[in-house]
Design a protein around this ligand. Structure first.
Ligand code: LMR
Length: 401
């Protein structure tokens, strides 16, 4: 059996993290995988998470299985957070047209969404932005769906290629799912403006295209409510929507694998049927979800004091990332990099799309022990005041030579 197994290539993101771990050079800097780090270069456990864990240790009395769709308190907390604003989302909730399940991280939500779409409309193509998160193509293909790409980034300016994207959407219609990054686009950090969201949503609605929103970074772009603007606008125009969300980043719960899949449907009957299908899919994947992370999230989001403290912690992460972005660009300029890097400052969330190429990335790795993705994506949240000097020396050396 196993002699016939074709070895798989290393994962473009997590594979590099493994290489980084094995790199013996003490000065190494990791800007690959999208995890938040503080000024000391640690990925901290949020204070509210610690406090919730203490409370849970004292109050949880059983480790019995959770329902397939997750604990109801968590499911309600997710909806309260995601669907908080806008009349269209409120109506979807009030009319029982929105259903949510607990998933193993955002990736689990995407995979379940893929399985759901294939089970009901196997000829669907999932349209992904060019570029997109490396795992998107693999997840949907693993679900048996075709994928294709639409223009997203204008590489000459580092800005959104809005006209080209819009034109591509005009050619799509029923039977197409368009994956949009709700905020903090991964890998580019380039998000549509409010006005552009309005145009995208209206077009998708008119053409009968279903938006699948990957929403993994809420709060790390402009703010919790501001980042959810995409959902509000899309719900106004599109009667059906799929949302994959995650608490890896904004709760720092990376290794608890806590995410959610939310479907907004046309009516309650459809929503009930879709939920039953989603539960059947989950039963064959992880049967029912792990609950520790979900219990933490529900504890924090439903306690007004903890919730307020969590919002402060998210704001502090957001502000630190923004200040590192600015410092990176200013330090490069001070070191003689003359190219216009304003696009990097304008980008949103934890990623910056640097414009470095695969050869640059290799050189940074080999010569300077600085790890960035071959696509040129850098995890801005991995920058610290302490590593900035060495990091910018390396990037300047690559860019100037
Ligand atoms: C990333 O893009 O680095 C994160 O979403 C982590 C991952 O699983 O790839």
């Amino acid at each position: 059996m196993f002699e016939k197994v074709e070895p798989a290539p290393p994962d473009p993101i997590l594979g590099l993290t493994e290489t980084f771990r094995d790199d013996p050079r003490p000065e190494k800097i990791n800007l690959t995988v999208g995890v938040y780090k503080d000024d000391q270069g640690r990925t901290p456990i949020l204070d509210v998470v610690r406090e919730a864990e203490v409370r849970l240790a004292e109050t949880v009395t059983s480790k019995a299985y959770a329902p397939i769709s997750g604990e109801p308190a968590y499911v309600a907390a997710v909806q309260d957070l995601l669907l908080a604003d806008g009349a269209a989302l409120a109506a979807a909730r009030a009319e029982d047209r929105a259903v949510t399940v607990d998933t193993a991280g955002g990736t689990g939500a995407l995979r379940v969404a893929g399985e759901l779409v294939r089970s009901t409309a196997p000829d669907t193509t999932v349209w992904l932005s060019d570029p997109t998160w490396e795992n998107h193509t693999a997840v949907f293909r693993a679900s048996g769906l075709a994928t294709s790409t639409y223009p997203y980034l204008d590489r000459s300016t580092g800005r959104l290629a809005f006209a080209a994207m819009y034109e591509a959407f005009e050619k799509l219609g029923q039977g197409d799912v368009v994956l949009l990054h709700g905020c903090c686009h991964n890998p580019t950090g380039v998000d549509p403006t409010s006005d552009q969201w309005e145009h995208i949503a209206a077009l998708l609605g008119d053409q009968g295209i279903v938006p699948l929103v990957d929403f993994a970074y809420q709060g790390l772009g402009r703010g919790l409510a501001e980042d959810a603007e995409s959902l509000v606008v899309l719900a106004r125009h599109c009667p059906e929507m799929i949302i994959s969300s995650s608490f890896s980043k904004n709760f720092g719960l990376y290794n608890e694998r806590v995410g959610a899949l939310t479907l907004v449907c046309r009516d309650a009957g459809t929503a009930g049927a879709a939920l039953s299908r989603v539960k059947a899919i989950i039963r064959t994947l992880w049967s029912n979800p792990p609950t520790h992370g979900a219990e933490i999230v529900a504890t924090v989001l439903t306690d007004p004091t903890l919730r307020a403290r969590w919002e402060d912690e998210v704001a502090a992460m957001r502000d630190r990332i923004r200040s590192m972005r600015r410092l990176f660009v200013d330090t490069l300029a001070a070191k003689g990099v003359t190219r216009d890097l304003d696009y990097l400052v304008a980008q949103n969330g934890i990623f910056g799309f640097s414009g470095l190429g695969a050869d640059d990335a290799r050189r940074l790795r080999d010569a300077f022990a600085v790890y960035v993705l071959d696509s040129g994506r850098i995890n801005v949240a991995g920058m610290t005041p302490d590593n900035m000097d060495r990091l910018t020396d390396a990037v300047a050396a690559v860019w100037v030579s």
